[in-house]
Design a protein around this ligand. Structure first.
Ligand code: ADP
Ligand code: MG
Length: 718
């Protein structure tokens, strides 16, 4: 069927045309056949397909419809309701141009059960002639309430012979995610050809038959055929929810492939030698004795897990998960000392300057009495300082090196690096993480890796997306922590909140005021924060107000943080740069402006800056009206819970893992078919099937990974 305006007699439901035969050598894998081999795909169409991530015929097949239309049955016009999408057949009773608010062509069509108006705002004289009274037409479109009767606006239609049987589609009609300039009709023609190629050249079935039988999933070729051209008996509801067996099969295979790729990677990494770090416990013991507190049982357990593993002759790849404030840094310090005792160097990497600076202060404070020399690399130190630091690192005068991404630059040469600690890894996706690891290898041999994250993700999800890592969990907070009281208030109560700050700070407490903006630009954020700081300083003349944001020079930033930590500043106005890791125990009040704009995880991180001292702490989530339903539930989750795991679980439900763990593209896994939220019930099965494949069908693993993950992991020469 054609769209309005173009009018051929009718669509061909005959077998789709095969592309040029010359490209089809029998051994061609569809992944190796470029889309340009398909008929109708020239460089322009290819460029548009490329935007959808489609380069090969296999990519076409993995580009699944996101919904379906049912054009397999003709609906009686009398049964239509607004909102339906329907195929109808009827006789034209009247066609005329109406001059209403907008000129339009109206055709009234009846089928004996009722009548409906077709409305066209754009039309040609030919079209008008074509729709003459007495013609029988077949028509597909969305039904809506018009003036006086139901109508379809710009439906697809074609004229059918009065005495011929009405042609209907034999399959549900797929609607593909598309991009500008690429019509559904073109995508259908392209997939028709890809499906025809699939039939003559089916890819290997890589899932064992027994697995398919157990899970009730169809074979790959059938799954693809059904997903693209479902027969009418498949429920559109099931299809739209991506729950049909064919779609599930594809999602399953994709998740399995990603999981396997990470397991293979892990196995490969473990084949490399690493220096076993047998510490003598001398520094560690002195360190633990110098702390003003005892490690919690959870910290002790995790420190031991790490200690044992560092002593193995292959690289540790471990993730420490622990809620905000659970004390991950101390555990990392214990690990670092073990490496240093054994005569090696350690690198600590943080995602932001601010956090790196804080680690530097913390580690210097802890390690200087132990005579451990600390080096410092950030993007902001000057050339001379940098040369000095590089020399200390290369000549092993420094044993602990702290910094940002600057640590991984070309000219950073470690003398004896044995352990890399990465903080707050939720900012890095899988591929970034692997790239970091790779850099580590090129520059520094095969160090052990310890990653710390405050983003708690459910165990089964973790096993799928972090299958290359072992996980340690710090599942308790240090004693005496009081949950942070959280309230949600509209910004119309701003004055009241400012009074609250005045009271708290004049009684010796300290407060944060966090400014948020949708604008990503640091300049705009900095501007807004400095205006707010100005206003607050004016309204609260008795308080010392500080300001910190991404544009402030790092030496100055450090001075401001120090002043706040020492209590010389009472109110610190900040952008979300303070989100991660900043630790000032005496600060016990936090105001977050426009809290509705931030995600749950980010809010929880921010709030984690208070509630670190003896004082009972509070957090005020200030929002601007109107508040969406989504935002209201998000803020309520935070008000009702202080538990990072519970919050993360809710966040997953509200937003889905793609959002929680990073965006789709830069995110944790680059998925084409599967969805980590929707398909999460598959995770436990995936683990089991992956083990089965590795044990009994090893030869299938590499092609599976190749099919879905491609070469993405290959450049990581591990
Ligand atoms: P996070 O896990 O969020 O990175 P930190 O490592 O920054 O947490 O620790 C938060 C605060 O708790 C720090 O001030 C740290 O010194 C303190 N801390 C860590 N462990 C303990 C403990 N066992 N008892 C008391 N305080 C602790
Ligand atoms: Mg931390």
């Amino acid at each position: 069927m054609t769209t309005a305006g173009r009018h051929t007699r009718q669509s061909s439901e005959t077998s789709p045309a095969l592309p040029d035969r010359s490209i089809r050598k029998p051994a061609d894998r569809l992944a190796d056949v470029a889309v340009t081999a398909l008929r109708g795909v020239g460089s322009r169409v290819a460029a548009r397909l490329e935007k959808l991530g489609i380069r090969s015929v296999q990519d076409v097949l993995f580009h699944l419809p996101h919904r379906y239309q049912d054009r397999t049955r003709v609906q009686p016009i009398g049964s239509l309701r607004p909102g339906d999408e329907a195929l109808i057949v009827g006789e034209i009773g009247l066609t005329q141009i109406r001059f209403g608010r907008r000129r339009s062509l109206i055709s009234v069509v009846s089928d004996g059960t009722g009548s409906i108006a077709l409305r066209f705002f754009h039309f040609s004289a030919t079209q008008q002639a074509n729709l003459e009274r007495g013609r029988r037409i077949r028509c597909y479109g969305e039904v809506r309430r018009g003036a006086g009767s139901l109508e379809m606006v710009h439906p697809e239609y074609d004229v059918v012979e009065v005495d011929q049987p009405v042609p209907v589609e034999t399959r549900l009609t797929p609607i593909y995610p598309t991009t500008e300039g690429l019509h559904q009709l073109s995508l259908r023609r392209i997939t028709d050809q890809a499906l025809a190629l699939l039939e003559v050249n089916p890819p290997d079935e890589l899932l064992p038959e027994q697995v398919l039988r157990q899970l009730g999933l169809p074979a790959l070729t059938e799954a693809l055929a059904v997903a693209h051209r479902p027969p009418p008996e498949v429920s559109t509801r099931e299809l739209d929810a991506r729950q049909s067996p064919g779609q599930r099969r594809l999602a399953f295979e994709e998740l399995l492939a990603h999981h396997l790729s990470l397991r293979v990677l892990r196995a490969r990494v473990r084949r490399h030698p690493s220096p076993p770090l047998a510490g003598n416990g001398r520094l560690t013991e002195r360190f633990l004795n110098s702390l003003p507190f005892q490690l919690t049982p959870a910290q002790t357990r995790v420190a031991q897990e790490i200690g044992t593993e560092l002593n193995q002759p292959f690289p540790m790849q471990r993730l420490i998960q622990g809620d905000v404030g659970s004390g991950k840094t101390v555990v990392a310090a214990v690990a670092a000392l073990q490496a240093i005792e054994a005569g090696f160097q350690v690198a600590v990497m943080a995602p932001t300057e601010l956090l790196a600076e804080q680690h530097r202060r913390t580690f210097c404070h802890w390690f200087e009495p132990l005579e451990v020399k600390v080096a410092w690399l950030s993007g902001r130190i000057n050339a001379k300082q940098r040369r000095d630091e590089l020399q200390k690192i290369a000549q092993h005068q420094a044993t602990l090196v702290i910094g940002t991404h600057a640590l991984f630059q070309e000219d950073v040469q470690f003398a004896r690096l044995a352990l890399v600690i990465i903080d707050e890894q939720h900012r890095f996706g899988v591929h970034q993480r692997l790239a970091l690891r790779e850099k580590g290898h090129q520059k520094m041999g095969h160090p052990h890796q310890l990653i710390m994250t405050a983003t708690p993700i459910p165990r089964t999800l973790a096993m799928t997306v972090y299958a290359d890592l072992d996980i340690s969990l710090i599942d308790e907070l240090p004693p005496g922590r009081k949950p942070v009281d959280t309230v949600v208030v509209p910004d119309s109560r701003r004055d009241e909140i400012i009074e609250r700050i005045r009271n708290a700070c004049t009684q010796g407490r300290q407060a944060y005021w966090v400014c948020t903006l949708i604008d990503d630009s640091e300049a705009v954020q900095a501007q807004a924060a400095s205006e707010t700081a100005g206003q607050l300083a004016e309204t609260l003349p008795e308080l010392a107000v500080g300001l910190i944001h991404g544009r402030i020079k790092s030496s100055e930033k450090e001075a401001i943080m120090r002043a706040f930590k020492n209590g010389e500043l009472q109110l610190l106005v900040a952008t979300t740069v303070i989100e991660v890791g900043v630790d000032v125990p005496r600060a016990s009040l936090m105001i977050i402006e426009n809290a509705e704009r931030l995600g749950l995880a980010q809010l929880h991180q921010l709030r984690g800056r208070v509630g670190r001292g003896a004082e009972k702490s509070s957090c005020v989530l200030m929002y601007r009206r109107p508040l969406s339903e989504q935002a209201r539930s998000r803020l309520a989750v935070l008000r009702d819970s202080n538990d990072g795991f519970a919050i993360a679980q809710r966040d997953l439900e509200l937003r889905g893992p793609g959002e929680v763990l990073g965006t789709r593209q830069t995110g944790i896994l680059d998925l084409r078919v599967a969805d980590l939220a929707r398909d999460r019930d598959l995770f436990p099965v995936i683990e089991r099937v992956a083990r089965d494949l590795l044990d009994h069908h090893r030869e299938r693993v590499a092609p599976l990974v190749q099919r879905w993950v491609g070469n993405a992991l290959n450049y990581l020469n591990v």
